[in-house]
Design a protein around this ligand. Structure first.
Ligand SMILES: Cc1ncc(COP(=O)(O)O)c(C=O)c1O
Length: 540
């Protein structure tokens, strides 16, 4: 590949008057049925690059070779769960019977597609130990916002009863956790959301977007929630607490050992427990958020159910709730009415829309509250749901139990084999990911950033760096359950090689990468002064 020529920007390859395709001379524009209003029309032509088709193809093919995906090699990006997306998922999502559907199609013409949608809702509910799921949110963070809106609606609905299942929360020795008693009645004062300081940034951001106030809960030195600080906050804030958001295993990959105590304390204070399901992969098949006492949760489908990553848009962040909170979930919903015993076969699935929505089409509403929360367009990202459902079915009930344990085994294997060279700040078993605090030997001045850059030279994607914020030189490695021992061993060898290089030739590591098309960039400048318009930069 000629990187020197085709690796240039498409604007640099542009030649005035060059075309990839021309409309026939006699093309009759009057056939166009759609006319843009005058006010929306451009006054001058857009300054698009002018290139022949072959140049365009070579340019973009060249660019695609610069990319690194999970299909190219090991991608140990901690906290992000870069899980392989099996090809069968793609094949199923691309089937014409699904891909050709229109979101406004009447329910009776797409019962098969609704069946898949409904079954995925049910499967997620079973895997999470909750009552009902909405598949409408389009990303994990979108799910957080949706879940918090559900919690806010629950507190605002007064008088109401506590979510039923909250009384069924299993504690280690008995069913002791009580329902969120304080939540009954007086609701609107509950505006505070407790969030551990180790949480992902989207947690406080979602709470703020939802109009709720964030209160930080401290972590202990081992990264787990400081339960004494939580108790103090609950005592101080009392009936102002709407919810506590928690990620478990937390963002350090550590299972919160006092989770049952925490959910019980928050319920007693009248708050609800929100489970950030970004790390559900670690627990899949082992234990369920509903059984730990969580009332509302989201799942990042891309992290646990092998769908492509969403980047906040084309993903999916289903939200599940405990029994008693279903009526606060957003519309539209897909429901199956109770079958009529006098008729053969299962009842038809229904699309249930909010009354305010013009599409209510006389379909009966479930749920008591009529306002009808709506969080996105139509039903969410149907193609992504198909992929997740394909993954669940291809694993099956038995194999799904292996996901969490295998992910945990792989992470602990890496942790134990790297600890001689990389500083392990937290002892003990981790779950699906492990965190190091840079190299053990700090005397060479080689940083986590340098190690990450040098890994690129060896053909690996870098782990997550400088997150979690609890340590100065965080290096967070997440292998997922799919990786073979050979892949993991080869990665470990390279990590040891880099540690040896840091001692013998620190400059080599500090100036890496050496084998990539672009060397080390000034990330701070790029973030602070991004140049997003090429023509503008030419003019300046
Ligand atoms: C713990 C945690 N919560 C929430 C999110 C946000 O998810 P999404 O990127 O799908 O919006 C992430 C994303 O990495 C995460 O790691």
């Amino acid at each position: 590949m000629n990187r020197t020529l085709y690796g240039k920007l498409i604007f640099e390859l542009s030649k005035k008057g060059r075309k990839g395709y021309s409309l026939p001379q006699d093309y009759d524009r009057s056939h166009s049925t759609f006319e843009l209003p005058e006010s929306l029309r451009r006054k001058e032509a857009a300054r698009l690059p002018e290139c022949d088709e072959l140049t365009v193809v070579r340019h973009y093919t060249n660019l695609s070779h610069n990319n690194f995906g999970v299909n190219d090699g090991f991608y140990p990006l901690g906290s992000c769960t870069m899980k392989y997306n099996p090809v069968i998922n793609e094949e199923i999502a691309a089937m014409k019977a699904f891909a050709g559907l229109h979101p406004l199609q009447p329910a009776e013409t797409c019962q098969g597609a609704l069946e898949v949608y409904y079954n995925l809702q049910q499967s997620l509910a079973e895997l999470a130990g909750l009552s009902e799921f909405t598949l409408n949110p389009c990303a994990g963070a979108h799910g957080e916002l949706t879940g918090l809106m559900v919690i806010r609606a629950y507190h605002e609905a007064a008088p109401h009863s506590a979510p039923e299942g909250a009384t069924d929360v299993k504690s280690a020795d008995s069913k002791t956790t009580e329902a969120p008693s304080g939540a009954v009645g007086g609701a609107s004062s509950r505006t505070k959301v407790l969030i551990p300081d180790s949480a992902h940034g989207t947690n406080p951001a979602s709470a703020a977007v939802c109009g709720l106030e964030v209160v930080e809960v401290k972590s202990l030195a081992d990264g787990t929630v400081d339960v004494d600080h939580l108790r103090q906050l609950l005592d101080e804030l009392g009936d102002q607490v709407a919810a506590m958001m928690m990620t478990n295993p937390n963002t350090l990959g550590i299972f919160e050992p006092r989770v049952l105590e925490i959910t019980e304390m928050v319920h007693k204070a009248g708050g609800l427990m929100y489970y950030d399901g970004a790390n559900l992969n670690a627990l899949l098949g082992e234990c369920r958020p509903g059984d730990m006492g969580f009332d509302v949760m989201h799942i990042n489908l891309h992290k646990t159910f092998s769908t492509p990553h969403g980047g906040g848009g084309p993903g999916s962040g289903p939200v599940g709730v405990r029994k008693g909170l279903e009526q606060f979930l957003p519309y539209p919903r897909v429901t199956r009415p109770t079958p009529d015993p006098s008729r053969q076969g299962g009842a038809e699935l229904r699309i249930v829309t909010a009354p305010a929505n013009e599409r209510s089409e006389a379909l009966p509403l479930t749920g008591e509250r009529g306002e009808g929360l709506s969080v996105g367009s139509f039903f969410g990202n149907y193609g992504v749901m198909l992929k997740a459902y394909a993954y669940i079915l291809s694993l099956g009930r038995e194999n799904v139990k292996m996901v969490g344990p295998l992910a945990t085994l792989n992470a602990n294997y890496i942790k134990e084999r790297l600890r001689d060279d990389y500083l392990l700040p937290i002892e003990g078993l981790c779950k699906h990911e492990c965190v190091f605090d840079g190299l053990v030997d700090k005397s060479t001045g080689v940083t986590t950033m340098d190690v990450a850059k040098r890994l690129l030279d060896y053909g690996y994607h870098a782990p997550t760096i400088y997150f979690p914020l609890l340590f100065h030189e965080s290096l967070m490695i997440e292998p997922t359950e799919n990786e073979s021992k050979e892949t993991i061993d080869a990665f470990i060898d390279v990590m040891h090689t880099i540690a040896a290089e840091a001692k013998s030739d620190p400059e080599l590591v500090k100036t890496a990468p050496h084998n990539t098309p672009i060397g080390r960039v000034d990330d701070v400048l790029a973030a602070k002064q991004p140049i997003t318009t090429y023509w503008k930069s030419l003019e300046e």
